[in-house]
Write a protein that binds this ligand. Structure first.
Ligand SMILES: Cc1cc2nc3c(=O)[nH]c(=O)nc-3n(C[C@H](O)[C@H](O)[C@H](O)COP(=O)(O)OP(=O)(O)OC[C@H]3O[C@@H](n4cnc5c(N)ncnc54)[C@H](O)[C@@H]3O)c2cc1C
Length: 398
C-alpha cells in the first residue's frame, strides 16, 4: 500500500494552495456574509483563472477537459481545496456536479454527454440531483413517491423532492423516479432521468432555510415540485430500473470527495485554533495556549485529523487499485464527519465569542457541515453497514 504524495501531487497541491490564497481566500468573508449570488461574479472570474492551472475539473479525463487525476490524487487535492468554502466550486470540483459528471461520463449516452457533460466539465452550467422526498425516509431511498410513466415516447414525471443541493440556478436535474413499480426487487424499481429545469412543470418552490440561512445558487438546498414534467424517452440514464445501481456507483467516489474536503475543513479549523491559542492572552504574558485543556484539544484534533486522513487515503487507494470498497467507504463517511464536528467545536470554543461570529469561517462550517452526519446516508446507516458485515464474519445472519 503506497499513498505517499507523489511528485505530481506535491506540485499540484502547492499550486492549488498558492491559487487559493491569492484568488479565493480574499472572497471568503464576503461569501459567508453576503451569500453566493452576491459573489458569483468574483467566483466565476476566479474559475476562469483556475482553468489555466490545469487542475480544473480534476476528476474528469484530460480528453474531456479535466485533469485526469486518480481518486487518490483527487483526495489529496480536495483536502487543500476544502480549507476554504468555495475552493471546490472555483476548481469545478463541487457537489453535486462532480457526481453528475461522473454519472454522465460513465453511463450517459453520446447525446447526453454532448448536451450536458461537455458544458458541465467546462463550468458553463450547473446541475442538481433530486432523490430525497419530504414525505418518505431518505435513509431508505428505495421507498419513494415520485413516479415516471412512459406516455407517447415521453416520460411524464410527478413527484415532490427536497434538499436538492444547488437546484437554484441549475440548468438540469438528475431525477430519481419509480419507473418499474411492479419489479420484484425494491431496488430495481427506480430509474434516473435527465430533466432540464426549464421544462414546464418543474418548479423550484423555495430554497429550504438551513440553520437560519436560505442560501442561494450553488450554496442552497431546493424544494422542487414535479407536476407532469415531460421529457423525451431518451433522457433516461442507463437502463430502466437501474437507478439504484447508478446511485451506488455515484456515491462511492462522492464519499471520498466529501471526506477529503472535511479534512481540509479540519486543517483550517486546527490552524485557526492554534493561531488564536498562541496570540490571545488571558492576562499579560499568559496565552490561551498555556492552558492544558487547550493543549489537549489541539493534540486530540491533530491525532484525529491524521487518523482520518490515513483512512481516507487508504480507501481512495483501495478503490483505485481494486474498485468499490463499501465497508471502507462507510467507515470514512461517519468517522471523518465526527472528527470534523469535534474539531470545529473545539476551535469555536478556543475563539470564544469570535468563534460564534461570522468573522471566521468556523461558525459557517459548524452550522452547514452538521449536515455531513445526515446526507449521503446518516451515520447510523453507515455504522450498520460496517457492523453487519463484521458480524457476518462471526456467523451471524445480520
Ligand atoms: C445539507 C443537505 C444536503 C443534501 N443534498 C441532497 C441532494 O443534493 N439531493 C438529494 O436527493 N438529497 C440531499 N439531501 C438529503 C439527504 O440525502 C437525506 O437527508 C438523508 O438521506 C436522510 O434522509 P431523511 O432526511 O429523510 O432522514 P430519515 O430517513 O427520516 O432519517 C432520520 C434519522 O433517522 C435515523 N436513522 C435512519 N435510518 C436508520 C437506521 N437504519 N438505523 C438507525 N437510525 C436510523 C438517523 O439518525 C437519521 O438522521 C441533503 C441533505 C442535507 C441535510
Amino acid at each position: 500500500m503506497d499513498f505517499a504524495p507523489s511528485d505530481r501531487v506535491t506540485e499540484m497541491t502547492a499550486l492549488a494552495r498558492a491559487f487559493i490564497a491569492q484568488e479565493v481566500l480574499p472572497h471568503e468573508h464576503f461569501l459567508i456574509n453576503r451569500g453566493f449570488k452576491a459573489m458569483v461574479g468574483q467566483l466565476d472570474a476566479a474559475r476562469e483563472l483556475a482553468k489555466q492551472t490545469g487542475l480544473f475539473a480534476p476528476h474528469m479525463p484530460e480528453q474531456l477537459g479535466g485533469a485526469g487525476l486518480t481518486l487518490l490524487e483527487q483526495a489529496q487535492l480536495s483536502e487543500v481545496l476544502g480549507e476554504t468554502i468555495a475552493g471546490h466550486y472555483v476548481f469545478n470540483f463541487q457537489a453535486p456536479d462532480v457526481g453528475n459528471m461522473e454519472l454522465l461520463h460513465g453511463h450517459g449516452s453520446e447525446a447526453h454527454k454532448a448536451r450536458w457533460l461537455t458544458p458541465l466539465v467546462a463550468g458553463e452550467l450547473r446541475s442538481t440531483f433530486l432523490m430525497t422526498e419530504p414525505e418518505f425516509a431518505g435513509s431508505n431511498p428505495v421507498w419513494m413517491g415520485t413516479q415516471a410513466t412512459l406516455q407517447d415516447g415521453q416520460w411524464c414525471i410527478r413527484g415532490h423532492k427536497w434538499f436538492a443541493t444547488a437546484a437554484d440556478g441549475a440548468r438540469f436535474a438528475v431525477v430519481m423516479a419509480v419507473t418499474e413499480p411492479d419489479a420484484a426487487q425494491a431496488h430495481q424499481r427506480a430509474s434516473m432521468i435527465l430533466v432540464p429545469t426549464d421544462t414546464p412543470g418543474f418548479d423550484l418552490v423555495r430554497n429550504v432555510s438551513v440553520m437560519g440561512h436560505e442560501g442561494s445558487g450553488w450554496m442552497s438546498h431546493g424544494e422542487v415540485l414535479l407536476s407532469d414534467v415531460r421529457v423525451p424517452e431518451d433522457h433516461l440514464i442507463g437502463v430502466r430500473g437501474g437507478g439504484f445501481k447508478l446511485a451506488q456507483a455515484r456515491l462511492g467516489p462522492g464519499r471520498i470527495h466529501h471526506a477529503s474536503r472535511w479534512i481540509g475543513v479540519c486543517n483550517r479549523a486546527l490552524h485557526l485554533m492554534c493561531q488564536r491559542a498562541a496570540e490571545r492572552e488571558l492576562s499579560p504574558g499568559q496565552p490561551l495556549g498555556s492552558k492544558q485543556t487547550v493543549q489537549t484539544w489541539i493534540a486530540e484534533s491533530r491525532a484525529e485529523i491524521e487518523a482520518a486522513r490515513l483512512m481516507v487515503l487508504q480507501t481512495a487507494w483501495k478503490i483505485d487499485q481494486h474498485g468499490q470498497f463499501r465497508e471502507d467507504v462507510s467507515l470514512i463517511k461517519f468517522f471523518v464527519a465526527g472528527v470534523m464536528q469535534r474539531v470545529l467545536d473545539r476551535a469555536i470554543q478556543v475563539h470564544g465569542a469570535l468563534g460564534m461570529s461570522d468573522d471566521t469561517p468556523l461558525a459557517f462550517w459548524y452550522a452547514h457541515e452538521r449536515a455531513s452526519r445526515i446526507y449521503d446516508g446518516p451515520d447510523e446507516v453507515h455504522k450498520t453497514v460496517v457492523a453487519r458485515r463484521m458480524l457476518r464474519r462471526y456467523g451471524m445472519q445480520a
